[in-house]
Design a protein around this ligand. Structure first.
Ligand SMILES: C[S@@+](CC[C@H](N)C(=O)[O-])C[C@H]1O[C@@H](n2cnc3c(N)ncnc32)[C@H](O)[C@@H]1O
Length: 255
């Protein structure tokens, strides 16, 4: 599928602006974060993150068949993977993430609950799976850190025909009235959270990045368009406060 010039230009700009941070700072940030990740998210999002993720997982759960093969990309501490297994323990859940530290914490959480998640460390742009391997692929709170066209094409490749891609992230709000105060708040809350939990120097260097990454990211409508251009169909979208949090559920067409 071909991607329109407007998205290619935006992706080039995102890579130019943030490529250095993605390659060098983000891995260091997530080395530091695993043990306080949930509490940090709760503080930075004023408690909205977890209920929204629960709603996202429940929406996916309602569309899955027992025993489905699921891949959670950028799984971190396995938040989505664990929520899905709570809904249906018969799922065959796989997870990938670039950070061995996040995965280690996720595996610890799975083990405590007696659940199995087959996890491996890899780059989300090069998934180590054959074409058409999964019924469901999830990606939550990570695509801001990715070359999104490359990552979405990989997800499309590893999905079975008819499989669903479930994306959830903090997007760029479609309303400027919401975006402007939100980005000011985000700068403060990321700084405050980093200070509160004694984060590393690398995390403190990322205070401006998190807000800038959202400013240069996609609105919910643009995300739906991008999914269509990558080859997904039947996209459903739900957003909170014009995209502060937004999920999209899309399908890879039957062959
Ligand atoms: C904010 S966390 C989200 C984790 C999890 N999906 C969740 O909802 O809690 C972002 C995750 O993306 C991972 N990540 C960032 N860039 C990546 C890449 N290029 N390849 C694989 N994982 C990546 C980080 O290691 C981190 O665990």
């Amino acid at each position: 599928m071909s991607i329109s010039q407007v998205f290619l230009d935006k992706e080039n700009l995102r890579s130019r602006l943030f490529g250095e941070v993605w390659r060098n700072l983000i891995p260091a940030v997530f080395r530091d974060v695993p043990t306080y990740y949930d509490r940090g998210n709760a503080v930075a999002s004023l408690g909205t993150c977890s209920p929204w993720s629960r709603k996202f997982a429940a929406t996916i759960g309602a569309r899955m068949r027992p025993g489905s093969k699921v891949l959670d990309v950028c799984s971190g501490t396995h938040d989505v993977a664990l929520r899905l297994l709570d809904i249906d323990p018969s799922l065959d859940v796989h997870a990938v993430d670039g950070s061995p530290h996040m995965i280690r914490e996720g595996q610890r959480r799975a083990q405590v609950r007696g659940l199995t998640i087959n996890a491996q460390v890899c780059d989300a742009h090069k998934l180590p799976f054959a074409d058409g391997s999964f019924d469901v692929v999830t990606l939550q709170f990570a695509s801001r850190h990715l070359e999104i066209v490359r990552a979405f094409r990989e997800i499309h490749r590893v999905l079975k025909p008819g499989g669903i891609f479930c994306h959830n992230d903090m997007l760029r709000p479609s309303s400027r009235i919401i975006e402007i105060p939100y980005l000011v708040y985000l700068r403060f809350s990321v700084w405050f959270t980093a200070k509160l939990f004694g984060s590393s120097a690398e995390s403190l260097k990322c205070v401006g990045y998190f807000a800038n990454a959202i400013h240069h990211f996609y609105t919910p409508r643009e995300m739906s368009d991008l999914l269509r251009e990558v080859g997904f169909v039947d996209t459903e979208n739900r957003s909170f406060l014009s995209g502060i949090m937004s999920y999209h559920i899309s399908r890879k067409p039957q062959a």
